[in-house]
Design a protein around this ligand. Structure first.
Ligand SMILES: Nc1ncnc2c1ncn2[C@@H]1O[C@H](COP(=O)(O)OP(=O)(O)OC[C@H]2O[C@@H]([n+]3cccc(C(=O)O)c3)[C@H](O)[C@@H]2O)[C@@H](O)[C@H]1O
Ligand SMILES: Nc1ncnc2c1ncn2[C@@H]1O[C@H](COP(=O)(O)OP(=O)(O)OP(=O)(O)O)[C@@H](O)[C@H]1O
Ligand SMILES: [Mg+2]
Length: 251
C-alpha cells in the first residue's frame, strides 16, 4: 500500500501511544542533539503526547552550535525541555579511569582512549536520560534510523540503550522527508550528520561510505563494490549490538 508521509506519521504517533499504554508509563523522553534524527523523534513524541513529552539537551564538550540547533528544534515543535551539562562529570569519570589504568600500567600504544572518551559521552547521556525517565515514569525514545542500525553506527548501551526506536524503519533519506514535512528547522536539515563525539567528526567520513549508499543497500539496489564491502563489514562487525548478550548453551 502506498501511504502518504502524513499517514505514516499518524500511524507512528498511534504506535507511540500504544507503547506508552502497554508499558503502563506516562510519556516519552528523548535526548535532543541538534541533529535531524532526534529532531524528528522530538516532533513525533510531541505530537503523540503534547503534555507528556520531554526533550533533554546534554552538552558534553560539544560544539555550541549543537545546543543552538537543539534549542531551535525545541522552539519549532514546542516540546518541554531541560538541560544537563555533562562536560565536567565526563572529565572527572574519564580522568579517574585513565589515572587508575596508568597506575596499573594498563595503557600502551594500542589503547584507544579516543573511542573510550567518545563512547563515554553517549553512555553518560543514556544514564542521564534514564534518571529522568525513572523519575517521571516515562519511556526513553531512541533516534537510530535503519541505516545506523544496519551498520551498527551507534554506541552499545549509549545512544543504543533505549526502550523504543520510533524511526528504526526509516532510511536516512526518509528521515529527511519526514523532517521537512513536519517543519524541522532548515539549519538542522542542512547540517552534515555527526555523532559530535569529537571535533570535526562526521558520520560519513567515519563510516567510509555515504548514507545514500547504505539506503540503497537497504532498498536492495546495487552499489559500487567498494561501498558494498564497507557496508557488509560494518554490518557483520556490529551483529552483537543488535541482539541480547550471549549466554553459554553448554548445559
Ligand atoms: N563480537 C562481539 N560480541 C560481543 N560484544 C562485542 C563484540 N565485539 C565488540 N563487543 C563489545 O562492544 C564494544 C564496542 O562497541 P561500542 O562500545 O558501541 O563501540 P564502537 O562500535 O567501536 O564505537 C561506536 C561507534 O558508533 C559511533 N556512534 C556512537 C554514538 C552515536 C553515533 C551517532 O551517529 O550519533 C555514532 C561512534 O562514532 C563509533 O564509530 C567493545 O568494547 C566490546 O565491549
Ligand atoms: N548534545 C546532546 N544532547 C542530547 N542528546 C544528544 C546529544 N548528542 C547526542 N544525543 C543523543 O544521541 C543520539 C544519537 O546521535 P545521532 O548523531 O545519531 O543523531 P542526531 O544528532 O539526532 O542526527 P544526525 O545523525 O543527523 O547527527 C541523538 O539523536 C540524541 O538523542
Ligand atoms: Mg548527531
Amino acid at each position: 500500500m502506498n501511504r502518504t508521509i502524513e499517514e505514516k506519521i499518524n500511524l507512528t504517533v498511534q504506535w507511540l501511544r500504544e507503547k506508552v499504554d502497554e508499558s503502563h508509563t506516562r510519556g516519552i523522553v528523548v535526548g535532543i542533539s541538534g541533529g535531524i534524527d532526534s529532531a524528528l523523534v522530538a516532533f513525533l513524541i510531541k505530537r503523540a503526547f503534547p503534555n507528556n513529552s520531554l526533550g533533554i539537551i546534554l552538552p558534553c564538550k560539544s560544539n555550541p552550535k549543537d545546543r543552538e540547533d537543539a534549542l531551535k528544534v525545541v522552539e519549532a515543535c514546542g516540546i518541554e525541555h531541560m538541560e544537563v551539562e555533562l562536560s565536567e562529570i565526563h572529565d572527572i569519570l574519564l580522568g579517574s579511569v585513565v589515572a587508575e589504568m596508568r597506575k596499573k600500567e594498563l595503557i600502551d600504544d594500542h589503547t584507544n582512549l579516543r573511542l573510550s572518551d567518545a563512547n563515554l559521552r553517549a553512555r553518560l547521556r543514556m544514564s542521564t536520560i534514564y534518571s529522568v525517565a525513572n523519575s517521571l515514569n516515562y519511556i526513553v525514545a531512541g533516534t537510530d534510523n535503519a541505516a545506523e542500525i544496519h551498520t551498527g553506527y551507534f554506541t552499545k548501551y549509549g545512544d543504543g540503550g533505549v526502550d523504543i526506536v520510533p524511526i528504526a524503519n526509516l532510511k536516512k533519506r526518509e528521515v529527511y522527508e519526514w523532517a521537512k514535512h513536519l517543519g524541522v528547522p532548515q539549519s538542522v536539515i542542512d547540517r552534515a550528520p555527526s555523532a559530535g563525539l569529537w571535533e570535526g567528526q562526521t558520520d560519513e567520513s567515519e563510516m567510509g561510505t555515504t548514507y545514500d549508499m547504505v539506503d540503497d543497500v537497504l532498498s536492495g539496489k546495487e552499489v559500487p563494490e567498494k561501498d558494498r564491502l564497507i557496508i557488509e563489514k560494518l554490518h557483520q562487525r556490529s551483529e552483537h549490538k543488535r541482539r541480547m548478550p550471549d549466554k553459554p548453551s553448554v548445559f
